[in-house]
Unconditional design. Structure first.
Length: 173
């Protein structure tokens, strides 16, 4: 897997201060995508254990609330093994921090294992999933943590427990 960017401080892709990784490779090709250069699977840099170690180290800062996975497409079958390994290493080192993932796939497809070998295992390690393709006609700049109104912010643990999508509620809402 390649990655386009790793941001040790990100405040746009989930609540609080986060570490974010933008993986390379996406076949959704959503018109109006904010990151079309990351559609190319060879874009950016090779993702190695050195990058995993750097992400885990960044996560150790007391002010970092969690990790956000974006793309490209983290759930693309070609990216799943590397992303799952990253998630598991972060979870082992920092179990109290949350993990968000953005995907153009739908929760239902991922939970049913219809997208690659590791989609269900990845879901089981996540806290929040922002699902659905970006739809330019539904773009809404006032939406929090998503680009278009068709996209859902899901509580993954509750969704898996009930075998049905459950919208995420921020603490205090």
């Amino acid at each position: 897997m390649n990655y386009a960017d790793i941001r040790p401080i990100d405040v746009a892709n989930g609540p609080g201060i986060r570490v974010s990784i933008f993986v390379s490779g996406c076949t959704h090709a959503c018109p109006g995508c904010f990151n079309p250069e990351a559609w190319d699977f060879s874009y950016g840099h090779p993702f190695t254990q050195a990058e995993v170690d750097a992400i885990v180290a960044h996560m150790g800062k007391s002010y970092v609330r969690g990790l956000s996975l974006l793309g490209g497409e983290p759930f693309h079958p070609d990216n799943q093994a590397a992303v799952l390994d990253l998630i598991r290493q972060v979870r082992a080192a920092w179990p109290e921090k949350d993990i968000w993932c953005y995907t153009g796939y739908l929760f239902e497809e991922l939970a049913a294992g219809k997208v690659g070998e590791h989609s269900r295992a990845m879901l089981e390690e996540l806290d929040v999933l922002v699902d659905g393709p970006f739809v330019e006609a539904l773009k809404n700049l006032s939406l929090r943590f998503r680009g278009s109104s068709n996209q859902r912010i899901l509580d993954v643990k509750a969704s898996l427990a009930g075998d049905s999508p459950v919208l995420w509620q921020e603490e205090g809402e």
